[in-house]
Design a protein around this ligand. Structure first.
Ligand SMILES: Nc1ncnc2c1ncn2[C@@H]1O[C@H](COP(=O)(O)OP(=O)(O)OP(=O)(O)O)[C@@H](O)[C@H]1O
Ligand SMILES: [Mg+2]
Length: 294
């Protein structure tokens, strides 16, 4: 059974009705605001957090100010990848134990992070009140060119919320068939809620440029055919032992191994993003970021 057939069967299956995810109120916005980027994937462990951290540093090297928010609440490990140990987290902020400003930790001159925090249980569904709390305090942050949400994997209502709220959604996959089918399932779910989403595909752990194109092309082709949606291909990151070495050292690979193949790929991705700012006025956080004016 080839990949396309598997995908065709997936879309021809019975579609379960999903609960509508409440999102924030849409308002007018302007182009002079931070872009909100959500990094997500269907399958876990495909490299979202590493990509998030390294993209942030690559974007910062072009003088952009970036805030990473780990919204894999309770399970996130973005802070560990950076070797930092924030005193507070998004979770503590949501529980009223600190302000959003206290939860923000400076990692480098142009990169800040809000960690996800730790939870005893493994699921944390944001209540509408907590979403309101996030939106209220986020409006006070006026400093950033980009805010990147690093999500967990799959199709939870939290993840859906952060995707629907973003200007640009980066869906990560690897060339493995299991990662591709899960990415497709995620995209199907996201597009069902909003056809206007700006979804861009990143293929991580490729062994050739061609493999990146072919993987993205499978997803683009089935999305166009069966979902009538048009995701685009942002680029690839090479499979590279520098990534794992840097993870062990708890430093971004673009800092530790700037000449590695993975670093070069990430700089290219960063250039594509910073060269084409996406302001999606149809997303709910659009109205928030209008208030971020610098
Ligand atoms: N380009 C790459 N080359 C080699 N190994 C990689 C690459 N990208 C990621 N990895 C490996 O994959 C592991 C998982 O990466 P990461 O934690 O970023 O995934 P994730 O998608 O954030 O996972 P989760 O779904 O649990 O949040 C890393 O520890 C790293 O060893
Ligand atoms: Mg992660």
């Amino acid at each position: 059974m080839d990949q396309a057939q598997r995908l065709r069967e997936m879309v021809s299956g019975k579609v379960k009705k999903r609960k509508k995810v409440p999102v924030l109120k849409k308002e007018n916005n302007t182009a002079n605001r931070p872009e909100i980027i959500t990094i997500t994937s269907g399958k876990g462990g495909v490299g979202k957090s590493n990509t998030c951290v390294n993209l942030a540093f690559a974007m910062a090297s072009t003088s952009k100010r970036v805030l990473i928010i780990d919204v894999d609440i309770g399970l996130g490990n973005t802070d560990l990848l950076l070797g930092v140990y924030p005193s507070y987290s998004l979770l503590e902020y949501l529980k009223g134990k600190c302000s959003l400003e206290q939860a923000i930790m400076r990692v480098s001159e142009k990169v800040d992070i809000i960690a996800g925090g730790e939870l005893a249980k493994d699921d944390f569904l944001l209540s509408s009140k907590e979403r309101d709390v996030i939106s209220t305090d986020i409006t006070e942050l006026k400093l950033y060119d980009y805010i990147i949400f690093d999500t967990g994997a799959g199709i939870s209502s939290n993840i859906s919320y952060f995707c629907q709220s973003a200007d640009r959604v980066l869906v990560l996959t690897t060339p493995e068939p299991t990662a591709i089918t899960d990415a497709y399932a995620l995209m199907k779910s996201l597009y069902r809620k909003s056809k206007d989403l700006e979804i861009q595909i990143i293929v991580n752990k490729v062994i050739s440029v061609q493999e990146g194109y072919e993987t993205a092309n499978k997803l683009i082709t089935v999305s166009q055919k069966f979902l009538l949606a048009k995701p685009t291909y942002l680029g690839y990151i090479f499979e590279d032992s520098s990534v794992t070495k840097a993870v062990r050292k708890q430093v971004p690979y673009i800092k530790e191994y700037p000449a590695s193949s993975s670093s070069k790929s990430v700089y290219q991705l960063a250039a594509s993003i910073t060269g084409s700012k996406v302001i999606n006025s149809k997303t709910p956080l659009g109205f928030l970021s209008a208030l971020f004016k610098r």
